[in-house]
Design a protein around this ligand. Structure first.
Ligand code: G6P
Length: 616
């Protein structure tokens, strides 16, 4: 979704801004722009479309200023036009602003400003804010230059409802960036003779790994050699400088064609990293000290609620099957966007988990806050150290999958799956799972990266199958029990990156509606279980075949299908029941990836989608 990069330092800002925008391109956007401080004026260059288009224009104009802000916009208020792109200038040209989030009361503020003679050239809520800042600046005492800039922003934010990450520059201050955040990330990168304030560490990880994470309600004033943080309510804040663990190479393509491909192939390592340090010494259970809960407290939990959005929601649905089966604790799964407004009655022994790769998804963050407001212990499963969700939760588990750049989540999803499987083991062993079952579970987990590797080695075969099916416009993904969430994930992956209509269903639901779609034009991808339910799935496959539907099956080695039932078969290694969802995921990811490539789609930047959704 929208991204911010801003720079103050000794060098020209232009290079750092364009380079930073390219590095956050993966978040999804439809226009981009920069503003630099050029000899007492602010120069703005904006373009709809890709950053390359903006970069060409910037190369023509050659701005030289050492202070600048830049933005990638994912349209919310107003179409994708140059006028609606950021940065926005105040009427007098004195201020330029970039904004992530939504100012919910912008109509009221706009009316007020119009009554004061302000005019607007865009349809955005953001242009309203930059003019409100300009309005307050004119009211501030002119002799207090130190405070005037920050104060005008602070006073403006007191009137703002909604969410924001903003960075503002002013032509009276050739070295100063002022930023603020509320429910939208902003991070300061401290480099040598330069500082970068951005919405994502990827924007500057090549330049520095020393960072300060801003918290909600904080305002940061940055110059090339100093910075200070206060709050909107005028309190001083002591900044904590932290080191980020990602390196620039982690977010580079290497020999792969797309980030999605790279990330699919990184899964054996991502799974190892997710498991590292989480086995008990005697290899009979998992351990998760980061939950900040004693065994005694965990034994008292009567119910667990999982909340998430998108792919992470599918990991939660898998958690429901696993935790109920192995730990015998009732689990409910909620879309974070529904949970936050649903006001569900919860028992006092309810534990809430939010799951989010980015740790910044606004609805998931809101679900976390709502749950905490009601007094429930709320834990997080999250991939980004220092993210808002990681910092605000009462404890949790880091995925350590490394940066995920491809918009369609792959390695982050399977690392969530392995974590929820280990959680089921951990909670199960505290209750009634036997030592023998625990040790079998751990052994199976330890073999998992190698098993995933074996499937990846068949990628050429899966590519051939993908080429055969790529022309279809409709797909069904069907799976039962613990593979039902993977059927949903398979359908989501395919529609996200290839724009093919795909639906995921529990296989037995076929006859309650989706069977009407079956024809030679609508193939079905069946994810088959290794247990007794396999035979039930076979019956569902027969129903498809009887209606001339093509069948692509994913099955464990050794499974036998009646002759002529399956048109294509992808074999995965047999595994512990809890880990079958992970092994079934790899072929559906590869299938979607190769189908999208075959159709010439922009795999890493699918249309209309954003990596991290920071609006409601
Ligand atoms: C967006 C992304 C999805 C992701 C979802 C939740 O929709 O495109 O890939 O699953 O957000 O993201 P999160 O960071 O909370 O896991």
């Amino acid at each position: 979704m929208c991204g911010i990069v801003s720079y103050t330092g000794k060098r020209s800002a232009r290079q750092a801004l364009i380079d930073g925008l390219k590095r956050i391109e993966y978040r999804g956007y439809d226009s981009a722009g920069i503003a630099t401080h050029e000899k007492d004026t602010l120069q703005v260059i904006r373009k709809p479309g890709r950053i390359e288009v903006l970069a060409e224009e910037v190369d023509k104009v050659e701005p030289e200023g050492t202070l600048g802000i830049a933005h990638t916009r994912w349209a919310t208020h107003g179409e994708v036009t140059e006028a609606n792109a950021h940065p926005h200038l105040s009427n007098n040209g004195k201020f330029a602003l970039v904004h992530n989030g939504i100012i919910e009361n912008y109509v009221t503020i706009k009316k007020f400003l119009e009554s004061e003679g302000y005019t607007f050239s865009s349809e955005t809520d953001s242009e309203v804010l930059v003019n409100l800042i300009s309005y307050h600046y004119d009211k501030e005492p002119k002799n207090d230059k130190n405070n005037r800039f920050c104060e005008s922003i602070r006073k403006s934010l007191l009137h703002v409802e909604g969410t924001y990450g903003i960075v503002v520059i002013c032509d009276d201050y050739p070295n100063d960036l002022v930023g603020a955040r509320k429910s939208s990330p902003l991070i300061l990168g401290i480099g040598k003779d330069e500082k970068i304030l951005a919405s994502d560490v990827s924007a500057f990880v090549k330049r520095t790994q020393d960072v300060v994470y801003l918290r909600d309600g904080e305002i940061i004033h940055v110059t090339e050699d100093d910075f200070s943080i206060t709050t909107v309510t005028q309190k001083d804040v002591t900044a904590v400088i932290e080191k980020i663990e990602w390196k620039a190479e982690d977010a580079e393509l290497g020999s792969f064609k797309h980030f999605m491909e790279k990330e699919i192939f990184e899964q054996p390592t991502a799974l190892e990293n997710a498991m590292r340090g989480h086995f008990s010494e005697d290899a009979t259970t998992a351990i998760f000290g980061g939950l900040n809960m004693s065994a005694q407290e965990l034994r008292q939990v009567d119910r667990i609620i999982f909340c998430a959005c998108g792919t992470a929601w599918h990991a939660c649905l898998t958690a429901e099957y696993l935790i109920e089966r192995y730990a015998r604790i009732p689990v409910e799964v909620e879309y974070a966007s529904e949970f936050r407004y649903r006001n569900a009655p919860l028992d006092k022994n309810t534990l809430v988990f939010v799951v989010s790769q980015s740790g910044e998804t606004l609805d998931t963050l809101a679900a976390l806050r709502e749950s905490q407001r009601k007094g429930y212990r709320t834990l997080a499963i999250n991939n980004v150290v220092g993210s808002t969700i990681a910092r605000e939760s009462d404890g949790g588990i880091y995925q350590h999958a490394g940066p995920e750049i491809g918009v369609a989540s792959t390695k982050a999803f399977t690392s969530q799956l392995v974590i929820v499987a280990m959680l089921a083991l951990y909670l199960g062993r505290m209750r009634d799972m036997s030592l023998g079952d625990g040790s079998q579970f751990v052994n199976a987990l330890k073999q998992l990266p190698e098993q995933v590797h074996q499937i990846l080695e068949k990628s050429h075969y899966i590519q051939e199958i993908a080429q055969k099916y790529a022309h279809h416009e409709d797909f069904l993904f069907l799976g039962r029990q613990i593979l039902f969430p993977i059927a949903l994930e398979g359908a989501l992956k395919l529609k996200e990156i290839s724009y093919i209509h795909a639906e995921g269903y529990p296989a037995a639901e076929l006859k309650h509606g989706p069977i009407a779609l079956i024809s030679p034009k609508c193939p079905s991808v069946f994810l088959t279980n290794q247990e007794s339910i396999f035979n039930k799935t076979l019956a569902n496959m027969q129903e498809v075949k009887a209606r001339k539907g093509e069948i692509l099956a994913i099955a464990a080695a050794g499974r036998i299908f009646p002759e002529g039932l399956v048109d294509d078969l992808i074999i995965v290694p047999p595994a512990h029941a809890a880990l079958q969802p992970i092994l079934a995921t790899i072929p559906v990811q590869l299938l979607s990836y190769y189908i999208a490539v075959e159709r010439g789609c922009d795999v890493d930047k699918p249309r209309n989608l954003a990596k991290s959704v920071t609006v409601e």
